[in-house]
Design a protein around this ligand. Structure first.
Ligand code: ADP
Ligand code: MG
Ligand code: ZN
Length: 477
């Protein structure tokens, strides 16, 4: 019989930091360069090359630690994690084992079942490895070191999550905080945020943790949800039949919807960690800590409170607009340029979110400027253009940040109020649609809607629907 089981989950989250240069050398972190063009003796592990810590990496790591309620380790250091792999020419990764930069934090998450805290065991700084490219045609593997030495932080949670829903809420919270800080763009698909899921199950009511597995290769929220649910069922199935869970690392295959054992803890590597003798110990002075604290942005909770005080818009809107700092800033800047707050939030929550979703983009990818959004709003407000023309202009603005005034002028998109021209169009529509005209005259009020639509179409959307309506009623008597 299957008893009641509880799922226990802890995450190890790697985040690529948004620094311009690598963690221990001056090479560029830009993505997509010619293979091995962003390299030097340090990040290709040449003997005798000496690493020096990028101060921005330390500042970002501390900032993320402060945002997640961690204690900052004022004197930390780097350790070598020794292993051989062809994407790692030093044969060790520089990481932090004994004294991670941040410890003992927590973040609050909210799910359908309420609010709770997820503990953060630690956050440490480390370097990324290179990338192997397996070439089918020449039957060989190539290595690209452009990613070698790109700075990472690894955020290790306590095993505090109990469901896929909590895992997603936790990841969304981390992503939101880190994006507010500008410390990373946190894109799972592009690998700038990567989550390894540690999962075990235990009989309900039991104190002791069950044996866990670790799942890798999860590059979307959907894959994470599937992997959690699948692994939970697999483990419960094993236990229910009297078998035991093997402590191992598994690889999730989202296409097949199942995971495979990669390596068991039996042959877990001994990394022989030891302090890196090439790097100075890391000291976070009182002064530096003060500077980083002073630079922390206004986070979402405070922003929501302030928006409630300062803007006359519904709480629902505030909730959505503050999900990202970019969106919140865009809102405030557009409002400061004269955009009526509720109108601004309508455009952000409506067309902006619709286009972002349609194009699989994040608020961080928005390119149009607040000035242009304010200009568009004022064109609508002054009735220079109609709502449907505004949407068309907005789409162009969303794509290329065109100046709406110039665009409207160049394309002749202004609403035509000229009675003569409108009358011509209406007469033509009535001529072409005698049935609808007769219907209306016979008492069918609805027929007017169709005729308005036809006239708007004839005017290419550049007429004022109210004026068209009025004129039609007049002419139909
Ligand atoms: P390791 O050093 O082997 O990776 P850690 O103790 O650092 O192990 O834990 C890694 C992650 O696994 C942490 O996020 C932790 O919360 C989680 N974890 C540890 N034990 C369990 C367990 N029994 N069930 C679920 N998650 C666990
Ligand atoms: Mg681990
Ligand atoms: Zn380099």
């Amino acid at each position: 019989m299957r008893g009641d089981y509880e799922t226990v989950i802890g995450l190890e989250v790697h985040v690529e930091l948004a620094t311009k240069t690598k963690i221990f050398c001056g090479c560029s972190t830009a993505f997509g360069g010619e293979p091995n063009s962003h390299t030097c003796p340090v990040c290709t592990g040449m003997p005798g090359a000496l690493p020096v810590l990028n101060r921005q990496v330390l500042e970002y790591a501390v900032a993320v630690g402060l945002a997640t309620g961690c204690e900052i380790t004022r004197d930390s250091k780097f350790d070598r994690k020794n292993y051989f792999y062809p994407d790692n020419p030093q044969n060790y990764q520089i990481s932090q084992l004994y004294l991670p930069i941040c410890r003992n934090g927590k973040v609050e998450i909210e799910t359908g079942s309420g609010k709770k805290f997820v503990g953060i065991h630690e956050i440490h700084m480390e370097e990324d490895a290179g990338k192997l490219i397996h070439d089918e045609r020449f039957q060989c593997s190539l290595v690209d070191h452009n990613r070698s030495g790109v700075p990472l932080i690894e955020i290790v949670s306590e095993p505090d999550m109990r469901s896929a829903e909590e895992v997603i809420a936790y990841l969304e919270k981390l992503r939101m905080l880190i994006r507010y800080l500008g410390a990373s763009d946190c894109k799972l698909q592009e690998g700038s945020m990567r989550a390894d899921v540690n999962l075990s199950v235990r009989e309900a009511g039991k104190e002791e943790l069950g044996t866990r597995t670790e799942m890798k290769n999860l590059n979307s929220f959907r894959a994470i949800i599937h992997a959690v649910e699948n692994e939970r069922e697999r483990q419960i199935g094993l236990l229910a039949e009297g078998n035991s869970v093997v402590s191992e690392t598994r690889r999730w295959d989202e296409n097949k919807g199942c995971s495979y054992a990669m390596r068991s803890k039996e042959d877990a590597r001994d990394y022989r960690y030891f302090p890196d003798p090439d790097l100075m110990p890391v000291h976070v002075s009182e002064e530096m800590l003060g500077e980083i604290l002073a630079k922390q942005p206004e986070f979402r909770t405070e922003k929501i409170e302030r928006f409630k005080r300062e803007y006359d818009i519904p709480e629902y809107d505030i909730d959505i607009i503050t999900e990202s700092k970019q969106m919140a800033d865009l809102f405030e800047e557009t409002a400061a340029l004269g955009g009526q707050p509720k109108k601004v939030s309508n455009w952000l929550m409506g067309e902006t979110l619709r286009l972002l979703k349609e194009r699989n983009m994040d608020a961080e990818d928005i390119r149009f400027s607040p000035g242009h959004l304010a200009a568009l709003l004022s064109l609508v407000e002054s009735k220079a253009i109609t709502g449907s023309v505004a949407k068309e202009v907005f789409e162009k603005m969303f794509e290329e940040d065109v100046d709406p005034e110039v665009y409207v002028e160049e394309r002749g998109l202004k609403t035509v109020y000229d009675e003569g021209r409108l009358r011509e169009a209406v007469e033509k529509v009535l001529e072409e649609n005698p049935r609808s005209a007769a219907d209306y005259k016979g008492g069918k009020q609805r027929a007017i809607g169709f005729l308005v639509g036809q006239t708007m179409k004839a005017m290419k959307g550049k007429a004022d629907p109210e004026q068209v309506n009025r004129m039609l009623r007049e002419m139909l008597g």
